[in-house]
Each structure stands twice: as structure tokens, then as C-alpha cells.
Design a protein around this ligand. Structure first.
Ligand code: FES
Length: 575
């Protein structure tokens, strides 16, 4: 363990503690805000990074959460400062919040570096906010604790439970098929999001906050607490107290995350039936910590990890049920034999100590290993001539009969083409067709939006078809389902094989053998490649230009090439 800090070795001392001109300036301006000399006696200065905004209803309660963290920091003798950061909210941000994940990571890293902060509590939860905040924190590597916003309460419509995302897709298909009448659609809109908090299925948000907890970056149990439960506020205050101790102990995120903790995270992702988005985020997060996570690691761990959480979209229940069934701590306890648990976490204890007394209170929600919902984790990594660098399919959310399927491609050149032609009654598709979407990847879209669950063409919906094989370089919402081959890498916009698929080509999905292939001769593919030209750049300036020029491919985490682990970044000059 590193030596404990003293007031004079705190990072903030360089700003506030010294007897010279610049420190006079820093102290006098802090006094402008009503602080006192008492505040500059060597107290740990804690940033509370708040992703609250009116534009992100998942984080509506974060003004109160931040106050609770402040209370904890003050109780422990620290000095809290609230710092607003980009929210990266999923529900409004265009083209996709994923486009801004790296932006949030940069903002987090630079705000941590530029200011007199000894540690920080990071408030996030809506999908991309978790990896964005943590990627930045890993790169800066000063003590942090992650406070997840918690899931919202269950949705309700005419006595039926509604789950975020999953039930939207389900009832949208029924509406398009003409099966919803009267005010039903508007009532579902009223009832599906009833409180603050992130999506309450095991979508990307629930998955990523669980990943943060397994990695040891939250207090034990934090990720499962519903947003509106009073336990959330108690957890936030406890995080405030703990971060002050962690500053003295100099417990930094890269002391906590290791290759073993990432393996734990992958195993838990599989046991939860977590979002495929976790793959791209975990690869990016590990990259910030200097840890390589090849896609095959997900496949290997998936094969040996049973699916034990009975949560939508792979199962039946919602996060509220998960919490009262014992939550993530109980899940970790059930699967302890599959994990490395002698790893330190941000409360200074090991994972094993944190779950020692955890219990399952509902064994249908959190199954035992010998009564699992499936014997493996339900995520497969595919290779083949269509995806030389890999692709991903969530087997547990797919139709079994379609997992080994060969059919003719119906190609959409981009999302606009899809919107324009999908419901054309003359679209030449059958239930055996393979829907293909190009230009949905990190560069092509840009930002790899969640377009990968391509809608079923209306004419097939009317025939009762609810699933088809779909292939794209996009991602899919963690709340989605269907036989969707995702994250095809390299993507079409940079000349990956997907760029050369034409309508009518046969595509073979062989999930059993982890293959996805385009059944076109090598000669023909070479000639198509020779005549291919990349799409013109979408952005001539600004963040979009920076993004498209520096984003890596899906199998590399879609981080910026210049933000990955590398030589230490110098601290700001003292002057
Ligand atoms: Fe925020 Fe789903 S929209 S978590």
C-alpha cells in the first residue's frame, strides 16, 4: 500500500497551502465564495462530478445526491466542490450519446487535472456516463469513487409491468402490425418511465453500473439500489466519507482495476445477461488502464459462465426485483467460485469481504449455478470473412432457430436508406432474408449508434414475423433483442468487408462455430474492393472532425487513439 498522505503532500496543497503569490490568489478567490482560512488547513479537496441536467431525466435526482455526497465529505473532514460535467444522456443526444462518451472522458480527465482536486466522487448512470467518467478517471488516476444513479421504478400499463426499451420495441412492432388500438400507445408512453433513475431492465445502464461495482469502483451494493430509494442517499453520503479516507490512503483507480477485475466484470456481464455494449465499453476502459481485452476473452468467459440473473431482456424481472432479491452482492456471492475475489475495492476491503454476508432472497430472480437460465453467458464473438476483426451477437436474446441460418442479403446503404425503404410494400424481402445496414459504425454513423436491431419490415410484421437475422457495424440497445450481428469490424465506412455486400448475396450466420460469412468468391470480393471509394467526410470542422479522424474500431473500444494508455501526462506547472 502507498504511504498515507499528509496535508503537505496533498495535490491541493500546491494550490492552497503555499506561502506565495499564486496561492494567495487561489485562497483569496476561494474566500470570494465564502470559504475561510479554516478550509485551507490541508483538508482533502473533493470534486463531486455531477452529470445532472434537465436534459437527462435519468439523472433528475442528482442535485440531491450531490448534496448527500457533500454531507459525507464534510463529515469526514474534506472540502467538497461540485463540478458540472457533460451528461451524455441517452434519450435525447444525437447522433448518439456514444459519440460523446470520449468527450466526457476527456472532460473528466482534464477537469480532474486542471483543478486543485485530491479525489472525486463521480455521479453517473445513464448508459455512456459510466464508461465516460471512468475512462477519464483511469487516465488521470487520482482517488475516485463512482456513485451510480440507480434504476428507475418499474413501468406500468393497464396492470402490466413495462420494462424500459424492451417493451417499447415490443409494442412498437404491435402498433406497426395494427394490433394496438385506441389510446394504448399514448398510455404506454405515460407509464413506461415513472421516476428518476436509469433504464430498469438489464440494459446498458444497469450493466455498466454493475461493471463499475464489480471492478471495485463503487461502494458494495451501490449499483442495484433504485434511484428513489432512501438507501441511494445514504450510499452517496457514505461515498463522500469514504473518498476522504481514500485520499489519505492514496487509493487510486489503477490500484483497484486489474486484468483479474476485468475478467470478473466480463463474467458478471455474462451472468447478468448484460448488454452487448458492455463489450465495447470494457475494452475501452481496460485500454485506459493499459490492459488488453481481446474480443475472444468475452467468448471464452461467456462459455464458462451461466446466466443466473432472470432479468429482461434475457429474462423476466426488472431491477427493482433484483434489488429486493439481494442485488449484485447476492449475485456475486452465488458465482463467487467463478471470480477472483481477493481484489481490493474502493471501500478498502476485498470483493470477498464485501459479499461475505450477502444472501439471495428470491431464487427465481437470482438463480443458483445449478438452476441457471442458461449454461453459458449468451454472448458470442463471431469471426469470418464478413468480420475479420470480430462481431458480436447476444445469443440469449436471439431466436434459436435463426442462429444457424443462411439467407440473401437485403442491403441498406445507411440509416436514411433504411428509414426510406423499410416499409415499402414492394421491398424484396422474405422471413429468410438477412437485413444488412452499412455505415452504422464508429466512423460511418458516426458514433456507432444503437441501430443494430433493424426494424422488421412492415409487410413481414403483418405476416407475424418478429425476428430475422440482421447484420450491421452498429451497436444495439442493451434493452433490445433479436438475432442481430453487431459491431462488425472493420466497419463499412473504412472499407471493411461489410462495405462490399450487395442485395442478393448469401450471408451465412453460424453462431455454433462463431462464424459470419459472405458467400461470395474471393475474386469477386477483390474486384468490388478495387472499385470501392470511402464515403465523403461528414464533418469539415469541430468535434465531429476530431472524432472521425481519431476514433478506433469497435474491437478496440472505439476510444480515441490519442487517449489510450501511454506515457504519464505531466501535472500542470506550478507558478
Ligand atoms: Fe438513461 Fe436508458 S435512457 S439509462
Amino acid at each position: 500500500m502507498p504511504a498515507r498522505k499528509t496535508p503537505e503532500t496533498l495535490r491541493s496543497w500546491r494550490w492552497y497551502g503555499r506561502d506565495e503569490l499564486r496561492s494567495f490568489g487561489h485562497r483569496s478567490r476561494a474566500k470570494q465564495a465564502g470559504l475561510d482560512s479554516f478550509d485551507f488547513t490541508g483538508k482533502p479537496v473533493i470534486g463531486i462530478f455531477n452529470t445532472w441536467t434537465d436534459l437527462n431525466s435519468c439523472h433528475l435526482h442528482f442535485k440531491i445526491t450531490a448534496e448527500c455526497v457533500k454531507r459525507g465529505v464534510l463529515q469526514a473532514g474534506g472540502l467538497p466542490f461540485e463540478v458540472p460535467v457533460m451528461s451524455a444522456g441517452e434519450m435525447l443526444t444525437k447522433p448518439t450519446a456514444m459519440f460523446h462518451r470520449n468527450f466526457l472522458a476527456m472532460e473528466t480527465e482534464e477537469l480532474l487535472r486542471a483543478n486543485p482536486l485530491d479525489g472525486a466522487v463521480l455521479l453517473g448512470g445513464c448508459d455512456k456516463s459510466t464508461p465516460g467518467l471512468l475512462m477519464g478517471a483511469f487516465s488521470m488516476n487520482i482517488p475516485i469513487i463512482y456513485v451510480p444513479c440507480g434504476p428507475m421504478i418499474r413501468g406500468n400499463w393497464r396492470g402490466e409491468t413495462l420494462g424500459s426499451g424492451s417493451d417499447v420495441w415490443k409494442y412498437w412492432d404491435e402498433k406497426r402490425a395494427g394490433n394496438l388500438c385506441g389510446d394504448a400507445w399514448a398510455e404506454i408512453e405515460d407509464g413506461i418511465a415513472r421516476s428518476a433513475g436509469h433504464c430498469m431492465t438489464m440494459g446498458t445502464a444497469s450493466t455498466m453500473t454493475s461493471m463499475a461495482e464489480v471492478l471495485g469502483l463503487t461502494l458494495p451494493g451501490a449499483s442495484s439500489i433504485p434511484a428513489v430509494d432512501s438507501a441511494h442517499n445514504r450510499m452517496a453520503a457514505a461515498a463522500g466519507r469514504q473518498i476522504v479516507e481514500n485520499v489519505w490512503a492514496d487509493l487510486k483507480p489503477l490500484d483497484v482495476v486489474t486484468a483479474a477485475s476485468f475478467d470478473n466484470a466480463i463474467a458478471v456481464d455474462m451472468a447478468l445477461g448484460g448488454s452487448t455494449n458492455a463489450i465495447v465499453h470494457l475494452v475501452a476502459m481496460a485500454g485506459r488502464a493499459g490492459i488488453k481485452l481481446p474480443l475472444e476473452r468475452f467468448d471464452e468467459i461467456s462459455k464458462r459462465t451461466p446466466l443466473i440473473a432472470n432479468l429482461r431482456p434475457s429474462g423476466k424481472y426488472l431491477m427493482d426485483d433484483f434489488y429486493t432479491a439481494g442485488g449484485l452482492r447476492a449475485t456475486l456471492k452465488v458465482m463467487e467460485s467463478l471470480l477472483t475475489t481477493d481484489l481490493i475495492t474502493v471501500n478498502g476491503r476485498t470483493l470477498s469481504e464485501n459479499i461475505a454476508d450477502a444472501e439471495v432472497y428470491n431464487s427465481d430472480v437470482i438463480r443458483s449455478l445449478d438452476n441457471a437460465l442458461a449454461s453459458d453467458g449468451g454472448t458470442a464473438v463471431l469471426r469470418g470473412n464478413l468480420a475479420p476483426e470480430g462481431a458480436v451477437i447476444k445469443v440469449s436474446a436471439a431466436t434459436k432457430e435463426l442462429l444457424n441460418h443462411t439467407g440473401p442479403a437485403m442491403v441498406f446503404e445507411d440509416y436514411n436508406d433504411l428509414k426510406k425503404r423499410l416499409d415499402d410494400p414492394d421491398l424484396p424481402v422474405t422471413k429468410d432474408s438477412v437485413l444488412v445496414l452499412k455505415n452504422g459504425g464508429p466512423v460511418g454513423a458516426p458514433g456507432m449508434p444503437e441501430w443494430g436491431m433493424l426494424p422488421i419490415p412492415k409487410k413481414l410484421l403483418k405476416e407475424g414475423i418478429r425476428d430475422m437475422v440482421r447484420v450491421s457495424d452498429a451497436r444495439m440497445s442493451g434493452t433490445s433483442y433479436g438475432t442481430c450481428v453487431l459491431h462488425v469490424s472493420p466497419e463499412s465506412a473504412v472499407g471493411g468487408p461489410l462495405a462490399h455486400v450487395r442485395t442478393g448475396d448469401l450471408i451465412q450466420l453460424d453462431a455454433t462455430n462463431r462464424q459470419v460469412n459472405l458467400l461470395v468468391s474471393d475474386e469477386e470480393l477483390a474486384s468490388r474492393r478495387a472499385s470501392w471509394a470511402p464515403p465523403p467526410p461528414r464533418y469539415g470542422r469541430g468535434y465531429g472532425k476530431l472524432y472521425c479522424e481519431h476514433v478506433t474500431q469497435a474491437h478496440e473500444g472505439a476510444d480515441f487513439d490519442f487517449l489510450q494508455f501511454g506515457p504519464e501526462t505531466p501535472e500542470p506547472e506550478i507558478h
